[in-house]
Design a protein around this ligand. Structure first.
Ligand SMILES: [Zn+2]
Length: 190
């Protein structure tokens, strides 16, 4: 295949990917709202991982955190949920889990070790940071607060989550599901 044909094939494949994927942003150069959001999500995550990995001060062995992530995994809690509950990036917990990351920052280890099944099961409080990150992204994509509040089951048209505050893990899970449903096209604006 000539280089130009190969390039066209790659472009065609990227154009077949759904909107809201980085492949479509990069490969097909789509600049729609969803594709731009997917790309900025990728870059935020990458910057955050770089920040967390770049600081070499105060590193500890990742083995205890890894065992903890594996133990939670056996109880049905994936490394992404652990990341969200611990307020560390999913990239980091993924690398710790796979064993690719052998040393981590002390506070990252402490935050991961503090995650319990109970904390994720619903009762315990977790920082609202990740939840607001998802909500803000949806708001920047044009979803109104009233619409989001309705989807979250609130009767009033405002989102009753304090910025910088804490929420139950159940609320966090509800917003994550909503966010994923919107991204998968299962929820549409009224
Ligand atoms: Zn697009």
């Amino acid at each position: 295949m000539r280089a130009a044909d190969r390039f066209q094939a790659i472009k065609a494949a990227a154009a077949a990917r759904p909107h809201g994927t980085r492949a479509r942003y990069v490969g097909a150069r789509c600049r729609c709202l969803l594709c731009r959001a997917a790309n900025s999500r990728y870059q935020c995550e990458r910057d955050r991982a770089k920040r967390e990995m770049g600081d070499r001060r105060d590193l500890v062995a990742a083995s205890a955190a890894r065992q903890h992530i594996l133990a939670l995994g056996r109880r049905g809690i994936g490394y992404k949920s652990v990341a969200d509950a611990a307020s560390v990036s999913r990239t980091i917990t993924g690398l710790i889990k796979s064993g690719a990351r052998r040393r981590i920052r002390r506070d990252t280890a402490a935050r991961i070790l503090a995650v319990t099944t109970e904390a994720i099961a619903g009762g315990a409080l977790v920082p609202a940071t990740g939840t607001w990150r998802r909500l803000d992204e949806l708001i920047s994509r044009g979803y109104s607060k009233a619409q989001l509040a309705r989807w979250m089951g609130y009767r009033s048209p405002s989102i009753q989550i304090k910025r910088g505050g804490k929420i139950t893990a159940a609320t966090e899970a509800r917003v994550r599901k909503l966010y994923e449903a919107v991204n998968a096209g299962r929820l549409r604006r009224a």
